[in-house]
Every structure is written in structure tokens, then in C-alpha cells.
Design a protein around this ligand. Structure first.
Ligand code: AMP
Length: 249
């Protein structure tokens, strides 16, 4: 079984985001970047399947700046076999990412594509679903458990009503939740080994895919600063305040 994992390079989740003064985006200068957290879960799950003999190859793909090579190398240090960087300086929207991933799927012919459930920078939560639609493959989104059978996979997803258990046909697209597993730390020898693993760099222009933006950014604003809380003496006072001050009930 061959696995393709999509990893995005995003601002590290510990960084305090600063909006640019002209409101055209967020400040990326000298900011720590890392692999999108749920993508680490996707990489971990793929490597676990390889460690257990279920998968034979784990290929990692990232779309973006030259520096995304670092993210791919991190995945290879965790255990992925090889990487593909689709290089572009442009901001790539989820639909364009999905189209590019589809082209890679057609070339690489994986049995399963694993993505994160959501990128923490754009919070789109769209790419996996769009990819599955473009490929006409079944999808399992926000999975917190994965089992692989011969021609199907069993997945568990957390939904409002509880846990949903599904069986879906392979090939399939899955998007991974943070609860799926505990991503491993790469050891120093594995970080060194990852430097020698194959990484293909392909210019986005060579794919001849329409990546033109469909969305126009108007402006980016800081989130409103939260006002301090108030201690109330009892439930009666809380209800009074909600009713007559906040006017929400
Ligand atoms: P989104 O739909 O933007 O919330 O992203 C969902 C998932 O799609 C991410 O967790 C990644 O696995 C994948 N993805 C999105 N953008 C990229 C990208 N530029 N390169 C590689 N994978 C991506």
C-alpha cells in the first residue's frame, strides 16, 4: 500500500500572530514556521502503517515556498520515504491545492491520501473534501481512529452526537484529527538521514493547472481584545446580568 501525505508549512502554533499595519495579511518576517499540527498526525499515522508492514511507501507533498522543503524534511525525519515540493511564491487557495494534489495522485497512484483536517493559518477545512470530490474517491474527515483492511478502511470520527464508525472503500482520502495519535519526535540520526532522502522540486508552472484565486482578500484585522471578566455572587445575579446588561437571554 502506498500512502501520500499532504503537509503544509504554517506559522508555529505557539507564535503570537501580528497583523500587518496595512491590514493586507499577517506579519511573516522572522516568524517561526512549523508543520501544520494535524498534518503531523497524518504523517505519524502513515509511518505507523509502514512500521506495521501495512504500507510500503510514504510520500510527502507540500505546496508553497522553497522553505517548505524544511517541512518535508521534518516529515522524512519522522520516517517518510520521499518528498515532493510544488514550488510557488503565490498564495494557493484550497481548491488549487486540491487540483495540484489530484495531479500528484494521478502520477503517484497512492491507495490513500492523508491530510490534516484543517490548516491553522487559513482555517479553511476544505482541501481534503475538494480533493475527494475531484478524484471521485470516498472521504473520511476528522478521523480519530484508522484501521486498514484488504480493500477498505475503517474510521472513527467525532461528531456532535458521539462517535461515528464508518467503513470506506480504498482508494480514499482521509483528513486527520489531533486525537488520532501522538506524533513522534524525530531523533538526531533520523534528522541526519532525512537530509539524504529524495526530494523532487517541481515548479508549479510545469503542472499547467489553473490556480488563479477565486477569493479576494479585503483586509485582515486583529481579533477584538477581550474585556476582563466579572465575578458574580450567585446564579441569580448571573441571570440578572445576562438578562439586563448583556441582554442575551
Ligand atoms: P485547509 O483546507 O486549508 O484547512 O487544509 C487542510 C489540509 O490540506 C492541511 O491540513 C494539509 O494537509 C492540506 N494542505 C492545505 N494546504 C496545503 C499546502 N499548501 N501544501 C500541502 N498541503 C496542504
Amino acid at each position: 500500500m502506498k500512502l501520500l501525505v499532504a503537509v503544509k508549512r504554517v506559522i508555529d502554533y505557539n507564535v503570537q500572530i501580528r497583523v500587518k499595519s496595512d491590514q493586507t495579511g499577517v506579519d511573516m518576517d522572522n516568524v517561526k514556521m512549523s508543520m501544520n499540527p494535524p498534518d503531523e498526525n497524518a504523517v505519524e499515522e502513515a509511518i505507523k502503517l509502514k512500521d506495521s508492514g501495512v504500507a510500503t511507501e510514504v510520500v510527502v507533498v507540500s505546496i508553497g515556498h522553497e522553505k517548505c522543503q524544511d517541512t518535508i524534511r521534518s516529515a522524512m525525519a519522522m520516517g517518510a520515504d520521499r518528498g515532493i515540493l510544488i514550488k510557488t511564491e503565490d498564495l494557493i487557495e484550497p481548491l488549487a491545492v486540491a487540483k495540484i494534489l489530484k495531479a500528484i495522485v494521478e502520477k503517484e497512484q497512492p491507495d490513500m491520501v492523508l491530510l490534516g483536517k484543517q490548516a491553522i493559518d487559513d482555517d479553511s477545512n476544505q482541501t481534503g473534501q475538494m480533493l475527494s470530490a475531484l478524484l471521485n474517491w470516498p472521504q473520511g474527515c476528522f478521523i480519530s481512529k484508522l484501521g486498514v483492511n484488504d480493500k477498505t478502511i475503517t474510521i472513527t470520527r467525532e461528531i456532535d452526537e458521539g462517535l461515528e464508525h464508518l467503513e470506506i472503500q480504498l482508494p480514499a482520502v482521509v483528513t486527520c484529527d489531533l486525537r488520532l495519535n501522538e506524533p513522534r519526535f524525530a531523533s538526531l540520526p533520523n534528522i541526519m538521514k532525512a537530509k539524504k532522502k529524495p526530494l523532487d522540486v517541481i515548479a508549479i508552472e510545469n503542472l499547467e493547472i489553473d490556480i488563479s484565486p477565486r477569493v479576494k482578500f479585503l483586509k485582515v484585522e486583529e481579533a477584538p481584545v477581550r474585556k476582563g471578566g466579572t465575578m458574580v455572587a450567585d446564579v441569580k445575579e448571573l441571570i440578572q446580568k445576562l438578562k439586563y446588561e448583556a441582554k442575551v437571554i
